[in-house]
Design a protein around this ligand. Sequence first.
Ligand SMILES: *Cc1c(COP(=O)(O)O)cnc(C)c1O
Length: 390
Amino acid sequence: MSRITDLLHSIPADPLTGALTVPVYQTSTFLQEAPDVNKGYDYSRTGNPTRAALEKIVAGLEGGTAAFAFATGMAAIDAVAKLLKTGDEIIAVEDIYGGAYRLFTEVYKNFGIKVHFVNTTKAENILDYLNDNTKLIWLESPTNPTLKITDIRKVSEIAKTSNALVVVDNTFASPVAQRPFELGADIIVHSATKYIGGHSDLVAGIVVTNTPELDEKIKFIQNAAGGVLGPWDCYLAIRGIETIELRVRRQSENALKVAQYLSQRPEIDKIYYPGLSRHQNHEIAAEQQNGRFGGVISFSLKDDTIETATKLVISTKYFKLAESLGGVKSLICHPFTMTHASIPRENKLKAGIQESLVRLSVGIEDPEDLIQDISQALQQLPHTEIKNED
Ligand SMILES: *Cc1c(COP(=O)(O)O)cnc(C)c1O
């Protein structure tokens, strides 16, 4: 059976009524026949049938043994960090998602947990920091916003020589493009706010595990700390997952067309998209993402100023100016002043976040309309005509 057929038919009919859509079990508590005699549920923090359905579907989608749904992607990341104790160390990809950076360096640091940020585009670089205290190797691939690629298989092989677990934040690739367990990872996290939800209508997070031991540990943390996803949002996430294969395929195809168009425009300086053969880790991305490069593209302008980038991001019609990514409608943002505003200027520049960097999240619209939209916005920039002539 193909994965898409498998996925759709892993969405269960309701065992009680036969409803073909997973019902929203909007209840905090469950009737018990006698103390501790129940139908498998007693309290919705511990377990809820709508959440259980979502968790089972995502576990299947990632090829794991269990999944756990949280109120946000950050709550999912937090649940994994709670596996650690004082004295433990994390090796993290250097351009880690800003929220995870903040959580590790401003919350977990206070509990005596050390984080080393490493350029993992060369897998061997982690050897400089790997020691007996290293408990997690935290990867994102592609990264935000400059789409750097890490060879997950290579890092996992190095990690196997230690006690460290490899965690992959698979948000940007989505489970459709990249299956980290097949590459040797131990834990997968998602901001389901992005491609899993897919419609910019919820915030949610998922942890996926792959051994009975880790299943138990994360389940314990989920119930103990309690940052669970509510039943309505679980329903929305399931509804989103039904079309994830179609969406991500279309978004990847559209993004490649937009990236190819952008790479010919005279106004563009650097372009970051793993689907372009000029991307420094294109081959690894092609292999580990099954030829799907996702919907996110970043680029900088030759006129490298905040003013010109601002003019561009307010001039598009279909690319709506907003943070986030992965939805069916295209978005545009200016990381320097938006998603990465709180990071000091020098650190931004070091990470390739130039003043003119623009990030696109390509949706499922007609690619010709999207290209037309970018084209008319670029025409509005100062000096465009002069540059076109030389
Ligand atoms: C958005 C995002 C998160 C955080 O998820 P929220 O749902 O916003 O809490 C974590 N990692 C990555 C890569 C993200 O893009």
